[in-house]
Design a binder for this molecule. Structure first.
Ligand code: COI
Length: 354
């Protein structure tokens, strides 16, 4: 593999001020698709791309991405979490968006070389990791509305802290009743750029009203809960831990799946676990009867984030007294312990980079 090392390494950021996705390491991985096949992955200095104004991703948004994380342990070893699942989902997204699939093995090997080259960028504090952002964009300079014949694949690395500015403090989410993020048959379950563009209006409305994020409902009835846009959502109703079933418009989150697998394998107290449709009527009824005990979001960036308030139809429902509940805390502790090597990985999720 060709590796071009930068002559101008950047100063590393202050690890107490990382935030999320504000800093990028010195190098990135790039790979080009042309004449029906992918070229070799290469490592190059992190730098702006030169891109023609007519390039189709700039007009029609044919682009997909992923989010994964690498961790450094106290003994200096480096691991990634469920990276094969990220590449598998990316190839699923590629199929939905008429983009070419890629062979994940050589890309993973190149990614590991990139991570090793950037190992001094991996932060090790609470809630910190090296965020991995694989991305694929249509790269043909043509305005006709067709699938592109050229693509650029790249992977950026970013040292990150907690996704939310308030760390593990419970977030406030507002149910969006006017706009929708995705419909069944649309692109909701693909990790494509347009889904995130479509979600911005809900996020802006929520922020303007004093919430952190918005909670999306289904497109046809505005009745069933879907996801938050940057994370999947779970509820603890009485003794049931429930998350919306993947009906086609919801991102099949890898952290969502990790939570479900952890709960199914180890169990937690006498809770049951389900994936099914959850309506806002049910959430309101559970809140009113005192059975809505907890809510939390799950995602690579968000990890497992407690939700303290759900705003719906002009009323704020305070969940668990606005404090993190026992199921949320158990899942946060268990999943992050597996990710960081503090608990045995019984699932085959953790892969050693070095
Ligand atoms: C992730 O959790 O990695 C995501 O991609 C969600 C968001 C930051 C876009």
């Amino acid at each position: 593999m060709k590796v071009t090392v930068t002559k101008q390494p950047k100063a590393k950021p202050d690890s107490s001020k990382l935030g999320f996705g504000k800093f990028y390491t010195d190098h990135m991985l790039v790979m080009e698709y042309e004449r029906g096949k992918w070229g070799e992955p290469e490592i190059v200095p992190y730098a702006p791309f030169s891109i023609a104004p007519a390039t189709n991703v700039l007009h029609y948004g044919q682009g997909i991405f992923e989010g994964a994380k690498a961790y450094k342990r106290a003994d200096g070893s480096i691991t990634v979490f469920r990276i094969d699942d990220n590449f598998k989902r990316m190839n699923n997204s590629a199929r939905r968006m008429c983009m070419p699939e890629f062979d994940a093995e050589p890309v993973k090997r190149a990614l590991f070389e990139l991570i090793k080259l950037e190992e001094d960028w991996i932060p090790t504090g609470e809630g910190q990791a090296l965020y991995i952002r694989p991305t694929m964009v249509a790269d043909e300079e043509v305005l006709g509305v067709h699938a592109s014949k050229r693509y650029k694949f790249f992977i950026l690395l970013s040292p990150v802290g907690f996704y939310y500015a308030n760390g593990m403090q419970p977030t406030k989410i507002l149910v969006e009743e006017e706009y929708v993020r995705a419909s069944i048959g649309g692109t909701g379950e693909a990790k494509c750029m347009g889904n995130y563009a479509a979600s911005l209006i809900g996020a802006e409305k929520a922020e303007a009203a004093g919430y952190d994020q918005c909670l999306w409902l289904d497109a046809s009835e505005r009745k069933y809960v879907e996801e938050v846009g940057s994370m999947n959502i779970f509820f603890v109703i009485d003794k049931e831990i429930v998350t919306p079933a993947l009906v086609g418009s919801i991102l099949p989150g890898i952290t969502r799946n990790s939570c479900l697998q952890v709960l199914k394998k180890y169990g937690f107290k006498d809770y049951t676990v389900s994936e099914r449709r959850v309506s806002m009527d049910e959430i309101v009824a559970a809140y009113e009867s005192g059975k809505l005990k907890e809510s939390f979001g799950s995602g690579t960036a968000a990890v497992i984030s407690p939700v303290g308030v759900i705003g719906y139809k002009g009323r704020d429902m305070l969940i668990g007294g606005g404090k993190m509940g026992e199921v949320t805390e158990y899942l946060y502790n268990t999943v992050t312990a597996i990710q960081r090597g503090m608990k045995p990985d019984d699932f085959g999720w953790v892969e050693k980079v070095k």
